[in-house]
Design a protein around this ligand. Structure first.
Ligand SMILES: [Zn+2]
Length: 278
């Protein structure tokens, strides 16, 4: 098995300081929190930004400041910016793609979220994919549902991505796909069947599902996402003290199951991303 790439989703759109004071909100806090997670073993930073009031925003200037800070303080780390729909609407969701980050997240279909529809209409998905192709940004497909894996495959075959996309399964969002082992295994088989046996994939579990899905990924040869965006607790009674603390849990799972943890060079190799000189 390849070494395990750990992605840290540092902030997200939802958690606040009131939920957990360790959630990094300002760019300075985000850089510091990511640096600690990078030192702990994360090699991808999945990023959202917040405005001065702490609300999610797709503001390209904020993203530019964060990207610059991460490139300076976490040299070599893979920077992935979110085009998710909680921080903006329509084409504003992709305004940061012209910064040419290493990667960006891309949802290719719609589904329900806890209190709303996660709306990803085909014309917007096509536009976001075209922007990623134009700026050579590698998409990470957020598969909230099985149909999203098939849609990503269709788009890849049609040449709509710069390269083979990286597929991530997301499980445990209320009203969407639950944390279910049989479905997880079917997702893995489906990615291998459609994208090739050696196609890398990743998975994220929400809330208490985070560790469960992390362990399945480590066992099955996939890559693992953790971080305060998806889960703010170590257990029912304990808030996670940092993003790094959540990364360390995945490192411990890798040790338990004899998987190596990918450093940023290895991660860039596995994902066929351009190498950086640092
Ligand atoms: Zn996100």
């Amino acid at each position: 098995m390849d070494p395990c790439i750990i992605c840290v989703a540092i902030t997200g759109s939802l958690p606040t300081k009131a939920d957990n004071p360790a959630v990094p909100i300002t760019v300075a806090e985000q850089v510091e929190s990511t640096h600690e997670a990078f030192e702990a073993g994360a090699s991808i930073a999945h990023c959202h930004v917040r405005d001065a009031d702490g609300k999610p925003t797709p503001d390209p200037e904020r993203y530019a400041a964060l990207k610059e800070g991460l490139e300076k303080h976490c040299p070599g780390m893979i920077v992935q910016l979110s085009t998710g729909g909680r921080s903006g609407a329509g084409q504003a969701r992709g305004g940061m793609l012209s910064l040419s980050p290493d990667m960006a997240s891309l949802a290719v279909g719609s589904n329900n979220f806890p209190t709303r529809v996660y709306d990803n209409p085909p014309d917007l998905v096509e536009w976001l994919a075209a922007e990623m192709k134009k700026y050579r940004v590698r998409p990470e497909i957020e598969a909230f549902d099985l149909s999203h894996i098939f849609q990503a495959h269709k788009m890849w075959k049609a040449g709509e991505f710069p390269e083979r996309p990286y597929i991530q399964f997301v499980m445990g969002i209320k009203n969407a796909m639950p944390v279910d082992r049989d479905v997880f295994e079917f997702y893995v088989r489906t990615v291998k069947r459609l994208f090739g046996d050696n196609a890398p994939w990743c998975a994220a579990g929400i809330g208490a599902g985070q560790m469960v899905v992390n362990e399945w990924s480590v066992i099955e040869g996939g890559h693992a996402r953790t971080g305060l965006e998806d889960n703010i607790r170590l257990d029912r009674n304990t808030l996670a003290p940092s993003n790094a603390a959540l990364v360390k849990r995945v490192v411990a799972l890798c040790k338990k199951h004899n998987r190596q943890v990918a450093d940023w060079r290895t991660a860039r190799n596995i994902l066929s991303l351009p190498m950086k000189t640092v």
